[in-house]
Design a binder for this molecule. Structure first.
Ligand SMILES: *Cc1c(COP(=O)(O)O)cnc(C)c1O
Length: 394
């Protein structure tokens, strides 16, 4: 298999997480809502243990954690749950920002269709939202602010601490999509006054199809469910609990709490090594904010190089993503790069490298040499590259 360099798309399940999950796929198969017998109670105990583990990663209380199917659902629950009335219509004003994940931006479009007003704040050229821009974006009707912890394409880390401290005179809640970066970057709800936080297990070396929404106890009365049924998860997310998945998320959260800080340091060093090597090429640009970046993220534009052709050339050796095609089936230029003010052919030149827990130094060196060789070969065939001399776009 090629070297895996796409940890923003998903991470492999850590062996220790898998070991924690297996008993709940085998012998301990009970329904966590079956209160009347030992099988059910064993499942419920496991779910409640995982709730403690996830809460502990965030500095929250266990009862503030709602298990969901992933960060997409958590984002939907946060946004629709705060903004919608019981008849499904939406009211009031929501402030978000331009580089959010489609799970937030598409939900905002839906809220607009249902009658809410949405402001999408612009970002600066490295992808950050300033606290003063957020303050200016609030109005007399603002009910919710939604800003991600860390961007999944260019890796920019928002100053959530400062943004969440911006005074919200209307008492608007603050939601943070922390799917990207949680476990590597600190986020403590005891320190940072966020009310809602979306979590995804498979971005955290846990399994796919499970996640969580942190709901601050004081915000709980302002949230309505999106899924109805048996009233599971404090009435916010009905449906039989995915016990093995939840146990996996709990184990992944515990590992992140124990090892996340040291992982982050090691992975950032590898990322810097990769950039040091790739930046020896002519006509390359790094997108995002190198001073506030996800430790594993490197999003690079290779001038005079079509990212799709580069990905094809790299395919046998390295699994990477084109920064321009993060939302799978859409081939439109990346809304993130456009929000950063990237223009022209640079929009189709970017490759997103995502390093992770298992990435090694020798892998990074191998990736760099494959990329340099492939970029060199593509450029050798490019008349534009040979005739370059006009800067900017080509
Ligand atoms: C992956 C991701 C999501 C979606 O998470 P799922 O658990 O796959 O639904 C949402 N937001 C961000 C920033 C992500 O990176």
């Amino acid at each position: 298999m090629p070297i895996y360099c796409d940890h923003h798309a998903t991470t492999p399940v850590d062996e220790r997480v898998l070991d924690a999950m297996l008993p709940y796929l085998r012998e301990t198969f009970g329904n966590a809502a079956s209160r009347g017998h030992a099988h059910g109670r064993a499942a419920r105990d496991a779910v409640e243990g995982a709730r403690e583990q996830v809460a502990s990663l965030l500095g929250a209380r266990a009862r503030e954690i709602i298990f969901t199917s992933g960060a997409t659902e958590s984002d939907n629950l946060a946004l629709l749950g705060v903004m919608c009335r019981s008849d499904g219509s939406a009211a009031g004003h929501l402030v978000t920002q331009a580089t959010e994940h489609p799970a937030v931006l598409d939900t905002c479009d839906e809220l607009t269709r249902r009658g809410a007003r949405v402001t999408r704040l612009p970002v600066d050229p490295v992808g950050r939202v300033s606290p003063s821009a957020l303050a200016d974006g609030l109005d007399e009707d603002t009910r919710l602010v939604s800003v991600m912890l860390c961007n999944n394409e260019v890796g920019t880390v928002q100053d959530i601490n400062a943004l969440a401290r911006v005074e919200r005179p209307t008492g608007a809640l603050f939601h943070c999509d922390a799917a990207q970066g949680l476990g590597l970057l600190p986020l403590d709800v005891g320190v940072t006054p966020v009310d809602l936080v979306s979590v995804s297990a498979h971005k955290l070396y846990g399994p796919k199809g499970v996640g969580a929404l942190y709901v601050r106890a004081s915000a709980r009365p302002r949230l309505r469910p999106v899924v109805f049924g048996g009233g599971h998860e404090d009435g916010l997310r009905s449906g039989t609990a995915n016990v093995p998945g939840i146990v996996g998320l709990g184990a992944a959260a515990q590992l992140a709490r124990e090892e996340g800080a040291s992982d982050a340091l090691r992975i950032a060093r590898l990322r810097d090594r990769l950039w040091a090597s790739l930046s020896e090429l002519e006509e390359v640009r790094r997108f995002g904010d190198s001073a506030h970046a996800h430790p594993g993220n490197l999003c690079v534009g290779f001038g005079y190089t079509d990212a799709a052709a580069l990905l094809l050339a790299l395919e046998p050796h390295v699994s990477v993503a084109s920064g321009a095609a993060c939302s799978t089936h859409k081939s439109a230029p990346s809304h993130v790069l456009m929000a950063l003010g990237v223009t022209g052919d640079w929009l189709r030149s970017s490759v997103r490298f995502g390093l992770g827990r298992s990435t090694t130094e020798s892998e990074v060196d191998e990736v760099a040499s494959h990329v340099k060789a492939a970029v060199g070969a593509l450029r050798a065939r490019s008349p534009l590259f040979r005739a370059r001399g006009t800067p900017l776009d080509w």
